[in-house]
Design a protein around this ligand. Structure first.
Ligand code: GLA
Length: 383
């Protein structure tokens, strides 16, 4: 498909990626997370069809896939070939909708994205949410944003097979411009909080991607579930690590296998960090918030063990640069990006220095860019 006809599309959706400031791997333990939707996004253009079929072009890959709603369960295209990996996201959204007996009209669509793929910035959730927003409009579902996020999580968990929490889809669907989102993944309540005054966010993409990241992610989740199963023998009513106090964890940690204890310790301490971080956000305490980011990184590195030496180096270098309040790995880990909280007037110098120092130290290049907190996904109005 050439890109010239895109502007004539009757439906145009924008759906952002996200960066998480603190609360890593706590969303599948019913904890509180602090993501923002970013100004990097999927753009989706669509035309309704009369037939019950879908034709999607991934503009960045130059690939087109066609599937029918009757082939969704088997993950096959109209020629009975397995769907390519990228098509599992839109097909998964249609599959999840079918399971909820939501109506589905056919469509032709094309999308592109400037969210680096597999980098911990939720490129896949942004694709899912884009298609959910499209289908919501096309079929008059009238789903609230959070339910749309849930539908996308179903697609990710069951259809794609990554047992992720709700944070990414939530941030992409519900982000508020200029704001950090405090999202309680147990009560599902959320509120928009300001970034500390005079600060800006900078993302550094290491370019590293670990191929077994999905299975390592699922293993971490199993470790957390194992900790709950073992500790619930002593603590009746323990449903998730959200219910575990720091005191009970320190008292009972010897009952856990060593690796399980490390994983659980990261979770309970990270949840405590988030509570303090929210207070520091509310009082505009950039240095105090940044200190919690550094502490969160150390815990991801040493206890949850999802970092890489190159990512640790990026965090360490950032910590020595003028104007940097905090830095940490963001997202699931196993490569990907760091997020940095930086004095707004020092962003330019910070970006150059981080690139130069990292190159000098590692011989590798790193992509570093400032990002803004953007609004969640929406249909863009025609001018
Ligand atoms: C991935 C998952 C999220 C969350 C993060 C880690 O991005 O999709 O649900 O678990 O990892 O915080």
């Amino acid at each position: 498909m050439n890109t010239e006809g895109l502007e004539s599309a009757p439906i145009h959706v924008r759906s952002p990626g996200r960066v998480n400031l603190l609360g890593e791997h706590v969303d599948y333990n019913q904890g509180v997370v602090l993501p923002i939707a970013i100004d990097r996004q999927v753009e989706l253009f669509a035309w309704p069809l009369d037939q019950p079929r879908v034709e999607i072009t991934a503009l960045d890959l130059g690939e087109t896939v066609e599937f029918a709603f009757t082939n969704l369960e088997q993950k096959l295209d109209r020629g009975h070939r397995p769907l390519p990996a990228w098509a599992l996201y839109p097909a998964g959204v249609a599959w999840a909708a079918q399971h909820q007996t939501l109506p589905l009209q056919g469509f032709r669509a094309a999308f592109r994205s400037n969210i680096p793929i597999g980098s911990g910035l939720s490129s896949s959730a942004a694709v899912e949410v884009a298609f959910a927003v499209l289908c919501n409009a096309l079929n008059g579902w009238n789903l609230p944003l959070l339910e749309m996020a849930h539908l996308c999580q179903q697609a990710e968990n069951v259809y794609v097979g990554v047992h992720s929490g709700l944070m990414d889809q939530f941030a992409s669907a519900c982000g508020v411009q200029g704001s950090v989102m405090r999202f309680d993944t147990r009560s599902l309540e959320y509120q928009a909080l300001p970034l500390p005054p005079g600060t800006a966010l900078v993302i550094a993409d290491s370019g590293l991607r670990r191929s077994l990241a999905n299975s390592a992610y699922n293993e971490r989740r199993e470790d957390c579930e194992r900790a709950v199963a073992i500790l619930s023998q002593d603590l009746s009513g323990l449903q998730s690590l959200r219910d575990l106090s720091l005191e009970d964890f320190y008292r009972l940690q010897n009952k856990l296998p060593e690796v399980t204890a490390r994983r659980a310790r990261h979770i309970v301490e990270e949840m405590a960090r988030v509570d303090i971080a929210v207070e520091r956000l509310k009082s505009g305490d950039a240095a105090g918030f940044g200190a919690l980011m550094f502490a969160g990184h150390a815990s991801l590195r040493d206890l949850f063990q999802v970092s890489l030496p190159e990512i640790d180096a990026l965090v360490e270098i950032a910590g020595t640069l003028p104007g940097c309040y905090g830095a940490r790995l963001t997202g699931a880990g196993f490569g990907g990006c760091t997020v940095n909280l930086v004095q707004a007037h020092r962003v330019g110098g910070f970006i150059t220095a981080l690139q130069d120092r990292y190159r000098a130290q590692s011989g590798r290049e790193v992509q570093v860019f400032a990002c803004e907190a953007s609004a969640g996904a929406s249909i863009l109005e025609k001018l």
